[in-house]
Ligand binder design. Structure first.
Ligand code: AMP
Ligand code: GLY
Length: 420
């Protein structure tokens, strides 16, 4: 098959790495890709938000299957454009991508199918929102309704903070995303991510993971896109997984189908678990980054088979073979991230990490210039390893991190601490 992956992050590098292990893949192209992806696949410079241009490219180049990595093109309807052009595509329609693109849409779906989640209110003006906050009290969670690149959530520990967040959102500091605000009950517990494939009808669990969102050790400091992850998540016991499928995931998939907007792709189920009871924090309609890196390392070649089955509506005939293993990924980011950081510094020592099926450095914000690999993003590398135990995976990943010579980068030294 001739396969195209859309995106340029560590997630997409990991997808490319797994897809290439499958003999069904004859040719792999990535758009736009990064320096790491260019080492294993052909990269073409295309605007991944332009569904018409990508469809034209696929027809011209006889692409058999497209995997859409990030949420933005999905929310913009790129998967719809591709399917209209007759291109087999992994990823939800614009209508189904609402599960990530609108927090209030997801709340409405949860209400319709009785899925356990935080109590909430939705507001389009500041005064009623503030009155609701005063009535409910803190801690409380204020969320921009729309897509805000992971920055639209304020977990307010006191009322003042929550009220300030309302002003901030209605002042337009979150753009269109903040035109409506969802205010939620603060949920206590342990967070975990659960990844399931849905072909619109059948649900196939793909794995669990936990990421570290905060920039600093001990889970402190500002939120980031994720500084590291590990899979599986110990809190996701078989009982919690089954409860999540029965009470949250399958009802959601059924409700989406009932509305005529079936969900096809990977559903990233963000959960809060307390006393063995899962509650939904949020849905994303794509793989997590860096969670995906750990899932791909554990799944290898099977990843392509299940994504294909998902796109073709064959999940009822599909199984995954899970090894009893663990994977862990350490993000190396540019100094200053998630604030401002320099671009264009050189990364050395990448050759010192010998790539195997259990150890790989997935690139995110990198660019190749001649024989130099340059850092051009906030999150730059994902050093990912697999082992029989989480401790082994962790030691292997950090062993490789130490071989990378990039003085302008930093990483957290405690990825996995909660599980270890
Ligand atoms: P979200 O983008 O909705 O995942 O929110 C980002 C982060 O905010 C989550 O990963 C949680 O750590 C936290 N969060 C979101 N909603 C809640 C909630 N209702 N209660 C407690 N924490 C929350
Ligand atoms: N690592 C969290 C996310 O991808 O949204």
């Amino acid at each position: 098959m001739n396969i195209l992956i859309l995106g340029s992050g560590g997630r997409e590098h990991a997808l490319a790495w797994a897809v290439l292990q499958n003999p069904k893949c004859d040719e792999l192209t990535c758009a736009p890709g990064n320096a790491g992806m260019a080492l294993i696949a052909k990269c073409v410079d295309m605007d991944i938000m332009d569904g018409a241009a990508i469809s034209a490219y696929c027809l011209e180049n006889k692409v058999d299957f497209v995997i859409v990595g990030p949420e933005a093109p999905l929310a913009a309807g790129v998967a719809d454009d591709l399917r209209s052009a007759g291109v087999l595509t992994f990823g939800p329609s614009k209508a189904a991508a609402m599960l990530e693109a609108s927090k209030s849409f997801t709340k409405e779906i949860c209400d319709a199918c009785n899925a356990p989640t935080a109590a909430y209110g939705r507001f389009t003006a500041p005064e009623p929102a503030k009155a609701y906050i005063r009535e409910q009290g803190a801690p409380i969670v204020v969320k921009a309704d729309g897509l805000a690149a992971g920055k639209g959530v304020i977990v307010a520990m006191n009322e003042g903070e929550a009220l300030a967040a309302i002003d901030d959102m209605f002042d337009g500091n979150f753009g269109e995303a903040g035109a409506a605000v969802v205010i939620e009950e603060f949920m206590e517990g342990e967070e975990a991510s659960f990844f399931v494939l849905s072909d619109g009808k059948t649900v196939l669990p793909m794995g669990t993971a936990q990421d570290h969102k905060r920039v600093g050790e001990g889970d402190t400091g500002p939120n980031t896109g994720g500084m590291g992850a590990y899979s599986p998540a110990p809190v996701m016991t078989p009982q919690v997984v089954q409860k999540t499928l029965d009470e949250i995931v399958q009802p959601t998939v059924d409700e989406m189908a009932r509305r005529g907007t079936p969900f096809q792709g990977v559903l990233f189920v963000g959960l809060m678990i307390k006393y063995g009871q899962p509650r939904l924090v949020e849905y994303n309609v794509r793989f997590g980054d860096p969670e995906c890196q750990t899932l791909m390392m554990r799944l290898g070649a099977q990843a392509l088979d299940v994504m294909l089955a998902c796109a073709q509506g064959r999940l009822d005939q599909t199984r995954l073979n899970w090894a009893d293993d663990h994977a862990l990924s350490v993000v190396i980011a540019a100094d200053g991230y998630p604030g401002s950081y320099d671009k264009g510094t050189e990364i050395k020592g990448l050759d010192g990490v010998f790539p195997t099926s259990s150890l790989f450095v997935f690139h995110a914000g990198t660019r190749q210039e001649g024989d130099k690999t340059l850092a051009v993003g906030g999150r730059v590398l994902n050093v990912t390893a697999r082992g029989a135990t989480l401790r082994q995976a962790c030691d292997a990943a950090y062993g490789a991190v130490e071989k990378i010579d990039w003085p302008e980068g930093f990483y957290r030294k405690d990825i996995g601490w909660r599980a270890l």
